[in-house]
Design a protein around this ligand. Structure first.
Ligand SMILES: NC(=O)c1ccc[n+]([C@@H]2O[C@H](COP(=O)([O-])OP(=O)(O)OC[C@H]3O[C@@H](n4cnc5c(N)ncnc54)[C@H](OP(=O)(O)O)[C@@H]3O)[C@@H](O)[C@H]2O)c1
Length: 371
């Protein structure tokens, strides 16, 4: 039988600093999937800050490229007898991530970067998790970073704390859940209006990072026992400096890792052990994500989702059901959130729902569904 030919569209990025354009792209053929790829018909896409950052900045890509990371959809094809076929079959509903390449109708995804969606769960829910979970896991559990124990259903309490700086961010929301599931007591920072949200994810103590006394308060909290490390999940340079002040004020020599590249290493205080994402310990994508499989797509995550003990966080805000046509709008809305913070979330909720979001805004993840 002749292999299926699928009409495929993609959002092409022709160079940096321009909008994406929808054009045809040949879909990966069934016989090109090899041992580890699964062809997925995408039903929902989530937008990440990196989507607008990679659109805006010159990353030295060989243009044109297709951006986009987080996808959820239905398995269309898998090589018979392959490693991927041992895990997935045509018709399975899956979610996960690509390391760019996601903004298209049909995407060939690594079988090690997807999981099955529990029955009854809509595509728009787990699609928010892929890249944030993978990023959190790498820096929490990677041996070159905080090197914490993996999360496990029923993991015993460790009697140690971990500080997640930026607990309300997308990375922070997932870092709190994964770290708690590994048995650590999570202490987190966020804005006051997100305290309940962050506690709802499992943090045992939450501090406002804008409080002028936050350094002393946090150092005292961490020094109540052993602290296994600090994860920076937001805030870039100013966040690093604030968290390093806490570490410097602590009586312990604390490990520190960040979900972003740290470009102010010259400002690290002497008693802080910064685990940098650097050429010396950099493993190329997607290999670095595969190593975290026990915590992510082939381990804890699908089990915890199926058992209902992992929250979909931040919750999806569906901005459109127009499929790829809405991707550029999603990137533009994400840019507003990135540039304006909470005021941006309020503006975006207002634009999407056609109403004022009110004074209390909570974190959201922008999602697009297929038409
Ligand atoms: N999203 C991903 O999958 C991903 C992947 C790789 C790397 N990263 C990097 O990880 C970082 C977080 O990304 P994200 O997508 O999780 O962000 P996000 O969801 O857009 O997080 C934004 C939130 O971070 C908090 N924040 C901002 N500045 C802060 C500061 N100085 N101190 C403490 N909290 C602060 C604010 O929380 P409050 O509203 O509570 O103040 C803000 O609402 C970024 O640097 C990003 O480049 C993200």
């Amino acid at each position: 039988m002749a292999p299926a030919v699928r009409a495929n569209k993609a959002v092409w990025q022709d160079t940096f600093g321009v909008k994406g354009e929808i054009r045809d792209r040949a879909a990966t053929n069934d016989d090109e999937l090899g041992d580890h790829k699964v062809l997925v018909k995408v039903e929902a896409w989530a937008i990440n800050p990196c989507d607008y950052m990679l659109q805006d900045r010159n990353m030295g890509f060989a243009y044109p490229v297709v951006l986009g990371c987080d996808v959820a959809g239905t398995v269309e094809a898998v090589t018979p007898g392959s490693s991927a076929a041992a895990k997935f079959k045509v018709g399975d509903r899956v979610f996960g991530m690509t390391a760019n390449n996601g903004f298209q109708d049909y995407v060939a995804v690594e079988d090690r970067l997807i999981s099955k969606i529990p029955d009854g769960m809509a595509f728009r829910e787990p699609v928010v998790l892929g890249l944030c979970v993978a990023t959190s896991a790498l820096f929490l559990f990677g041996e070159d970073y905080l090197n914490l124990s993996y999360p496990k259903i029923g993991a015993p309490k460790k009697g140690k704390s971990v500080l997640v700086w930026g607990g309300s961010s997308a990375v922070g929301s997932n870092a709190i859940q994964l770290t708690t599931a590994a048995g650590y007591d999570v202490i987190a920072t966020c804005s006051k209006n997100n305290f309940d949200y962050v506690k709802g994810l499992g943090a045992v103590a939450v501090f406002d990072y804008k409080d002028p006394d936050v350094t002393e308060k946090l150092a005292a909290e961490l020094d109540k026992g052993e602290c296994a490390g600090i994860l920076m999940a937001a805030g870039l340079k100013d966040g690093n400096l604030a968290a390093w002040k806490v570490a410097a004020a602590s009586k312990q020599k604390l490990k520190f890792a960040s979900s972003s590249y740290i470009d102010n290493m010259d400002e690290v205080p002497k008693n802080v052990d910064v685990k940098q994402l650097a050429p010396a310990n950099f493993k190329p994508m997607p290999d670095c994500w595969f190593e975290m499989k026990e915590a992510t797509f082939e381990g804890y995550l699908p089990e915890a989702l199926a058992k209902g003990v992992y929250k979909i966080a931040p919750p999806p805000l569906v901005i459109s059901k127009k499929g790829l046509e809405a991707v550029q709008e999603g990137i533009d809305l994400q840019r507003i959130i990135g540039e304006k913070g909470q005021a941006g979330i309020k503006e975006v909720i207002g634009r999407v729902k056609g109403a004022n979001a009110g004074d209390k805004v909570s974190p959201v993840k922008l999602v697009i569904e297929r038409a």
